[in-house]
Design a protein around this ligand. Structure first.
Ligand code: GLU
Length: 317
């Protein structure tokens, strides 16, 4: 197959990966490889970081056979790229300062006729005098002056997806670059043209595609895959039982057996990633969330067979 572009898995290093995250990584790898793409891993460490988590996550992926084809990059080291993109937008008059507090934003977004979470542009029309006064009191966030109300993307699984695009944040008021800007800049800089990730991010795709188009960057192919959920329908989390490779190893589950469970949940044969790749067909993968009951999915392995008991009369005292 012709070699082109790259897919990726981009975890936030906030802790160990659980089997839901690992399943998404497996899918990202399968989508990339089955389309002749490279596969890259990027560490999204602008925000939630726990010491040691990056190394844990890379080791967990490697244990499954998932490795990045190029050196792993960290977002914390890409500041120059984000600054350049932000400058470009600034010079085109597409950025404004926002002094709203979290509470202001929540109140504005809960007003009638406003999409839930939609920022209605409160600070867009501040005068220069107002801005000067406000700057003395607090550091502003930077928002995109969006020129559209909504934007659409084509998703390989969800089809045509349209979502509102508000004046979303590009740089937070603590100076940290916002996720939407970082992702768009990094994907383009790394030549990533296929984004496979959990469907909790489906609504972000139109914003990101719109931002990419403003920056003159190519829009990747998207595939938002179903998440792992608990029996109550809540997104799986580490507190939901033995769901990390480390937890499962403690219960006696070796990595290949865990991989088989993950591949089985996708209707794919176990054994190895390569065996699954040979028959992977995105059109046939399950479209519903993966309902995980850890204790049923990973029961304690059978106790080792008992050694023949030694007759007590033969035991010397
Ligand atoms: N870093 C994000 C996460 O761990 C994923 C972002 C993305 O794939 O675009 O949820």
């Amino acid at each position: 197959m012709a070699h082109q572009g790259a897919g990726r898995f981009a975890p936030s290093p906030s802790g160990q990966l659980h089997i839901g995250n690992l399943r998404t990584a497996v899918l990202a790898w399968l989508f990339a490889r089955s389309t002749g793409r490279d596969f890259l891993v990027r560490i999204e460490d602008l925000d939630r970081v726990r010491a040691g988590a990056e190394a844990d996550q890379l080791a967990e992926l490697a244990a499954l056979g998932i490795r990045s084809d190029a050196p792993v990059i960290r977002q914390s080291e890409q500041g120059h790229r984000y600054a350049q993109a932000l400058d470009d937008l600034l010079h085109r008059g597409l950025v404004y300062e926002c002094f709203c507090t979290r509470r202001d934003v929540a109140e504005a977004a809960s007003a009638p006729h406003v999409w839930p979470g939609f920022y209605p542009g409160t600070c867009r029309h501040l005068s220069e005098t107002e801005r000067v006064l406000l700057r003395v009191q607090q550091r502003p966030a930077l928002r995109l002056k969006s020129g559209v109300e909504s934007w659409s993307v084509e998703d390989l699984l969800a089809g045509h997806v349209s979502a509102p695009v508000d004046d979303f944040v590009l740089r937070r008021n603590d100076g940290v670059i916002a996720y939407n800007l970082a992702v768009v800049v990094d994907d383009a800089a790394q030549g990533i043209d296929q984004v496979v990730r959990g469907d909790d991010l489906l609504d972000s795709a139109p914003r990101q595609a719109y931002l990419a188009s403003l920056l003159g960057l190519p829009v990747p192919v998207y595939a938002h895959v179903p998440l792992a959920v608990t029996q109550e329908g809540r997104r799986l989390a580490k507190r939901d039982g033995a769901v990390t490779l480390e937890d499962l190893a403690r219960l006696g589950w070796a990595v290949p057996a865990v991989l088989d469970v993950v591949l089985g949940s996708l209707g794919l044969p176990g054994g190895s990633l390569e065996a699954a790749l040979a028959v992977f067909d995105p059109g046939r993968m399950p479209r519903d969330p993966w309902v995980v009951d850890p204790s049923a999915l990973f029961p304690p392995p059978p106790a080792p067979a008992c050694k023949p008991s030694v007759p007590t009369d033969k035991v010397s005292s």
